[in-house]
Design a binder for this molecule. Structure first.
Ligand code: AGP
Length: 609
């Protein structure tokens, strides 16, 4: 997620903006920039890389002016570079943006036809040109902003300046957070509270479809349609550290609750609901090549490997193409049997995992085509791949992957639709059904997050056990593996995930009253079999924690504990099942006093073998 800071008042803008951007660094970024207006002149400074690069430039040549905007960029469209860094300018208009403009390709095409020249590859620059366009049509600055925001589709938090109105700053919100700090004769704008908390504790939170015009010591809040709004400031009594976590106790919990937004952002601009298809902007493989592959190899590590297992079920079921899923550290040394007819799919949140990067290079050496599913724009694995599907989960600070995992699954659904349509293995109607489920998914996740209290109670009962077993069948099996990995990497409790059908082949010998067994028992095609596996455990004195479909709880009265999913889903069930798995691991770990955001011995990105 990008970071925005704006200031207008009686102080010099630069130091306040830079301090604010520094307090947003935890969100992750790849470039930064600032603009101030002084004597009617806008001056912009941008640097790729760390904020210190920008600060070094400003130390040599500071910017003057008491009004300005700043930005730290987490690239979504356009690789990390100074040219793509914000602020972006068009004529007298300069702005910074957080979000994704879904219809920017068409808007950009139209503006180019009107004679506009673009400098960057970003979606953001389109907004600046559109405001400039409306001002050329006779709108004043504010009217041009309103006109523009009626035309753009997608998510935005914007802070906008115009040298024609050097005393005015406009901020607007739709889908991305934006807060307005109220000072004494001065105003602050930020993506997040930490950026301006040291300046003021009085904050107004803009809602979707709202904007504010800050000028001459006044703040006028209004709806996009123009109606004036009376917005009540809130007093924020958080500490700066609490503010970075948006009030959550840990980054991991914040990221678990960000998952609906991450899914929405990963879907944004990609669902072609009318056509029953998807638009994958960086896939870079022509349809005839996608049609020609005879098999797929999915290669990853850890949680990303679990996402690959879900992908296998999807791709084999809907695309009828053989899929194998491999651990990267094994694949890279096995002289794998891949060739020009193989599509190798590398899944990686960080894009820097050494084994996965080595697997990519080995696959290329053997002549395979490689696509990455990755969360970090411009990282090594997507850079060296032939195509990429970026997840837009935003920076994931917690070492244990949560929102990146569910957006990897979303990317797998998108790829399944694309491949299924191009290989004619699914009809338009079948694709539309999957798309409808994806559109519902953020809301279903929001409902499932309401399990948090019940799962925390469960965690209290099982926080002292030494071993856990997680069982699932079909596409719940990878989620059983993921539940076990989450628990072991966070709480240091030994935990195993297993195919429920494998119980008789060994694990059933482990069953006793001391080892809880989590059974993923949704009403899918494996239901009866899973219920009988559960009975095998209970009849041997084992404690079962059953995760069941909505309305099914009374079927599990013999279980020690039941978590009833609040919403049922079809193809997207693995995403929903992940939520209680994440919450159970989180709460048990907190109760056991683990360092949840940075568990012992673990790194967020394993860049060494
Ligand atoms: C996930 O909770 C773990 N932290 C770990 O297994 C991680 O998924 C693995 O290291 C792969 O990382 P990547 O997705 O960045 O390649």
């Amino acid at each position: 997620m990008c970071g925005i800071v704006g200031y207008t008042g009686f102080q010099s803008a630069q130091p306040i903006i830079m301090e604010g951007l520094k307090r947003l660094e935890y969100r992750g970024y790849d470039s930064a920039g600032i603009c101030t207006v002084y004597n009617g002149i806008t001056e912009i400074r941008r640097r790729e890389g760390k904020l210190s690069n920008l600060a070094e430039s400003l130390n040599k040549e500071p910017l003057s002016g008491k009004i300005g905007i700043g930005h730290t960029r987490w690239a979504t469209h356009g690789r990390p570079s100074e040219t793509n860094a914000h602020p972006h300018q068009a004529g007298s208009v300069v702005l910074v943006h957080n979000g994704i403009i879904e219809n920017y390709p068409l808007l950009k095409k139209t503006l180019i036809e009107y004679g506009h020249t673009f400098k960057s590859d970003t979606d953001t620059e389109v907004i600046a040109h559109l405001i400039e366009h409306w001002m050329k049509q006779g709108d004043d600055f504010e009217a041009a902003v309103r006109h523009t925001l009626k035309e753009v589709r997608g998510a935005y938090a914007l802070c906008i300046l115009c040298s024609d109105e050097p005393e005015m700053m406009i901020a607007a919100k739709q889908g991305s957070p934006l807060v307005v700090g109220i000072g004494k004769g001065e105003y602050f704008v930020a993506s997040d509270i930490p950026a301006i908390l040291q300046q003021t504790r009085w904050m107004v939170f803009l809602e979707d479809g709202e904007m504010v015009v800050l000028t001459n010591g006044e703040a006028t809040f209004s709806s996009l349609a123009g109606g004036i709004l009376d917005k009540e400031p809130h007093h924020i009594d958080w500490s700066p550290l609490m503010a970075e976590k948006n009030g959550f106790r840990h980054f991991m919990l914040k990221e678990i609750f960000e998952q609906p937004t991450s899914i929405r952002d990963t879907l944004a601009g990609r669902l072609l609901e009318e056509e029953g298809d998807v638009y994958l902007e960086n896939l870079n493989l022509p349809d005839e090549e996608l049609q020609g592959f005879s098999r797929i190899c999915i290669v990853a590590c850890g949680t990303s490997w679990h996402a690959g297992l879900v992908g296998k079920f999807l791709l084999e079921r809907y695309c009828r193409i053989p899929v194998e899923v491999d651990i990267a550290s094994e694949f890279r040394y096995r002289n794998p049997m891949v060739d020009c007819d193989t599509l190798v799919l590398l899944i990686s949140q960080s894009g820097e995992t050494a084994d996965t990067l080595a697997a990519l290079r080995e696959a290329h050496r053997q002549g395979a085509s490689c696509i990455a599913i990755c969360n970090v724009i411009g990282s090594s694995i997507p850079r060296e791949s032939d195509g990429v599907i970026y997840t837009h989960a935003g920076p994931e600070i917690g070492v244990a992957s949560t929102k990146a995992f569910v957006t990897q699954l979303v990317a797998m659904y998108l790829l399944t639709i694309r491949l299924g349509r191009v290989r004619c293995s699914i009809t338009r109607e079948q694709a539309c059904t999957i798309i409808e489920e994806l559109v519902r998914l953020p809301g279903l996740v929001e409902q499932t997050l309401k399990l948090d209290g019940a799962v925390e109670q469960l965690a209290r009962r099982f926080q002292h056990v030494r071993d856990f077993l997680f069982l699932g069948r079909g596409d719940s099996y990878p989620i059983a593996l993921e539940g076990a990995l989450k628990l072991k990497e966070l709480s240091y409790i030994h935990a195993e995930g297993y195919p429920a059908g494998e119980m008789k082949h060994g694990p059933i010998a482990l069953i006793d009253e001391k080892m809880p067994v989590v059974v993923l028992a949704l009403r899918d095609r494996h239901y009866e079999k899973v219920v009988s596996n559960m009975e095998e455990v209970i009849s041997r004195g084992g404690q079962v924690i059953a995760l069941c479909s909505k309305g099914d709880a009374e079927q599990f009265s013999r279980a020690t504990a039941v978590i009833e999913m609040p919403q049922d889903a079809g193809i997207t069930s693995p995403v929903l099942l992940s939520i209680p798995m994440q919450l159970l691991a989180y709460h048990i770990s907190v109760l056991r006093g683990s360092d949840v955001d940075q568990p012992r011995n673990l790194a967020k990105s394993v860049t060494v073998e």
